[in-house]
Design a protein around this ligand. Sequence first.
Ligand SMILES: NC(=O)c1ccc[n+]([C@@H]2O[C@H](COP(=O)([O-])OP(=O)(O)OC[C@H]3O[C@@H](n4cnc5c(N)ncnc54)[C@H](OP(=O)(O)O)[C@@H]3O)[C@@H](O)[C@H]2O)c1
Length: 331
Amino acid sequence: MQKIRWGILATGGIAGKLAQALADCDDAALVAVASRTQARADEFGDQWKIDRRYGSYEALAADPAVDVVYIATPHPFHYENMLLCLNAGKHVLCEKPLTLDAKQAQACINLARRKRLFLMEAVWTRFNPAIRQALQWAQAGAIGTVRLIKADFCINAPFNTTSRLYAPELGGGALLDLGIYPLTFATLFLGLPDSFTSTAHLNTITGVDELVAMTLNYNDGRLAQLAASSRVSLPIEAVIVGSEGSIKVHELFIRPDRLSLHKPGKPVEVHELPFRSNGYIHEVEEVHKCLRAGRLESEVMPLDETLALMKVMDVMRHSWGFKYPHELAGL
Ligand SMILES: NC(=O)c1ccc[n+]([C@@H]2O[C@H](COP(=O)([O-])OP(=O)(O)OC[C@H]3O[C@@H](n4cnc5c(N)ncnc54)[C@H](OP(=O)(O)O)[C@@H]3O)[C@@H](O)[C@H]2O)c1
């Protein structure tokens, strides 16, 4: 059987991580890479032994030797990069967040569906073996009825007006970069909320959100309490709390390898659940599974849920008075 042929679009930090996962995956061939400059494409190509190197994203999208493109640019470029690749007939795995807002996400999803191409937001956490185990325990009633999720993704990243985390023109802001993880974690266990509230502190220089607190509410009394920050750090952990116990997802809950099962009156059970390669291989395998089965989207990270969470994040941002430059320009 022919391997699935991948192209990587952009050569930054996360692109290298996916290149490693592809190298460790027997069913994947990393055949092409594109950068804004030929020199950088050649450098990345040398590092990962990739034959086809392009100095433009357009050239990668036009390469008939590529089945699926992984988009690894900063968030504001995901929209145009996805349109480029989908219009060229490529399946797409796009980094999180899928886009800057729900309007852009809807357009990309519509295009993928119309052209009958695979599209998925690269939320690697959902494919992590420990997360799958925690979900299986929760669904099997191991902790009774799940009532509360607590999850935080707070890091103290050096402030720099030009960095991806702080510059609005690069999609800066804690919610879209970090908050998406506790959100997607909570909805994995609880489903989409009936209502939600959030508050944020905006950076006084660049105006992006740097400290965010969120609560998801469910009409039957369930709750999720979540936080995200680029300015303060906390253990990157999560807890699933049920009526008869709880599951702690140890650091880093975005790619854990350990769970603790707490049941009243019983010793705590600690379970080691290692991920393979660098952890990104599991989302790669999901793409392969879907493509081989002729499925155009993942049931584990469905496009409708990606879209619903983009809408939640739009409402949150707008409630704080924070809009990205394209929104301020009315686009
Ligand atoms: N899943 C995860 O664990 C994870 C982790 C980190 C980041 N991410 C996501 O991955 C995306 C990229 O993050 P990253 O940390 O890899 O970013 P990065 O290191 O800054 O790399 C981004 C790359 O995008 C390309 N690019 C295109 N236009 C650009 C522009 N105007 N400014 C800067 N770079 C531009 C560049 O590649 P060329 O010069 O080669 O074109 C650059 O190297 C983000 O959406 C982020 O949310 C996901």
